[in-house]
Design a protein around this ligand. Structure first.
Ligand SMILES: Nc1ncnc2c1ncn2[C@@H]1O[C@H](COP(=O)(O)OP(=O)(O)OP(=O)(O)O)[C@@H](O)[C@H]1O
Ligand SMILES: [Mg+2]
Length: 412
């Protein structure tokens, strides 16, 4: 069984293990206990890494609910939300009686990232579901004060999460070190707690990242996040794939010249060159998909404090997997997705050029040239060389354009 990141390994499974935010916990549990159709839904909000998602997971488990989690991408449009969340919210009490348990809970995470201007329908759909639901609905967000969430705020009981106090974080970090058999310098905990600024996930990730060979030292904590010399792609990937610990993995990324998005694609592309064991590959792809989820959240919510989580997932997430013995290979760079974007960009330019010429000669719009003429040109350029060359000179197509028409005809 591969190792995992400690923030997952030590995710609380009982309510008493969730530290801090006592008032929020109590309010939430009281709400859940007394929930009946017609009650308000709740919106849990506050800074990242303070236990919102964990509380929902643990509480629904302890109360016997079946938790159905959704996030931003599941519910962007009214149709999407109606077809995914609608049936769950309409679950009848007969179903609950038949299947014993307490029924389902619908949990919609990251609502601050869901609704852009184009998603108005989605929010309307959600409000309708909240209004008519037969099951408890829980929403969560980092920033619930965005104007677009106004109506949602009104239809929910708001439960606020705060940063967790250092003393509580210190106690948790100590417990983790004990369970991991790590020998620690006592002062290191206070530094870690202070640096995390009340974000528990970040404190645990930092802890894991500074521990080398089962020891935790103050000097390592102090150096956390500092950048060293710059290294190239080959060295950075070797550093990530062969890191002895989490610390080395994150540092290899920090020291590289590549930005995080490019690094994600680069790691993605090079995994199958480095590993052959399907279980190792699956775990590694899992780690980078979790990083990708954080990148998605950042893009939607502009919450840049999540960046460190993404980076940790794609570097430390890979270094913690137990792998077969291999040695560094020659890594591929730049990543194929970036090359593909470059290629499709030049393809787009070629297509545009052809359509412009067709438009000029045939007196149609570029759009009409694309939909009504291009398909025929493709057929002609692959079947009738004489006609194709006549058309080419009439339209003054250059060699690249001719090649493009022949290629797309062949491939499609
Ligand atoms: N209050 C807490 N008590 C114990 N562990 C916590 C707490 N908050 C966070 N953690 C740790 O951090 C990890 C992430 O927590 P969680 O997913 O609940 O945060 P969140 O508040 O939902 O963050 P986000 O706003 O980013 O979704 C957990 O797996 C757990 O290890
Ligand atoms: Mg969460």
């Amino acid at each position: 069984m591969p190792d995992e990141m400690w923030s997952e390994k030590y995710r609380p499974v009982h309510l008493y293990q969730i530290i801090g935010n006592e008032k929020a916990k109590l309010t939430f549990i009281t709400w859940l206990k007394h929930w009946k159709p017609g009650s308000k839904s709740v919106l849990l909000y506050g800074p990242p890494g303070t236990g919102k998602t964990t509380l929902v997971q643990v509480a629904s488990n302890e109360f016997g609910y079946k938790l159905i989690e959704m996030n931003a991408s599941d519910v962007r449009t009214k149709t999407a939300i109606m077809s995914t969340a609608g049936p769950i919210a309409r679950e009848s009490s007969l179903y609950v009686t038949l299947y014993k348990g307490a029924g389902s809970i619908l949990f919609l995470d990251e609502v601050d990232g869901i609704f852009g201007r184009e998603d108005r329908g989605g929010i309307g759909g959600l409000l309708k579901i909240i209004d008519e639901t037969n099951v408890p609905i829980i929403l969560a967000a980092n920033d619930p004060w965005k104007p677009k969430l106004r109506l949602l705020r009104r239809s929910c009981e708001m439960i606020r999460f705060y940063y967790v106090r250092p003393s509580k974080i210190i106690a948790l970090l100590k417990r983790i070190c004990q369970e991991e058999g790590v020998e620690a310098e006592a002062k290191a905990f206070a530094f870690l707690a202070e640096k995390s600024r009340g974000d528990v996930r970040s404190a645990i990730n930092d802890l894991q990242s500074v521990i080398g060979e089962k020891v935790l030292k103050v000097q390592d904590v102090k150096r956390l996040g500092m950048r060293d010399r710059k290294i190239d792609v080959q060295e950075a990937l070797t550093g990530i794939f062969f890191a002895k610990n989490v610390k080395e993995a994150i540092q290899s990324f920090n020291n590289s010249r590549i930005d995080y998005e490019m690094m994600l694609h680069t790691i993605h592309d090079n995994l199958p060159l480095q590993y052959s064991d399907p279980i190792v590959l699956a775990s590694a792809y899992n780690a980078i998909s979790r990083a990708d989820i954080f990148f998605g959240r950042i893009a939607r919510t502009q919450n840049w404090s999540l960046l460190k989580y993404a980076i940790e997932q794609m570097t430390a997430g890979i270094s913690t997997i137990k792998k077969e013995k291999t040695s560094p290979v020659h890594y591929r760079f730049p990543p194929s997705k970036i090359m593909m974007l470059g290629r499709t960009k030049s393809e787009r330019n070629l297509r545009r050029g052809i359509c412009e010429r067709v438009g000029l000669k045939c007196h149609v719009s570029r759009k009409a040239a694309n939909t009504d003429f291009l398909p025929f040109l493709k057929v002609i350029f692959n079947n009738d060389t004489d006609l194709a060359s006549e058309i080419s000179s009439w339209l003054t197509l250059d060699d690249e354009m001719i090649g493009y028409l022949e290629d797309i005809g062949r491939n499609n």
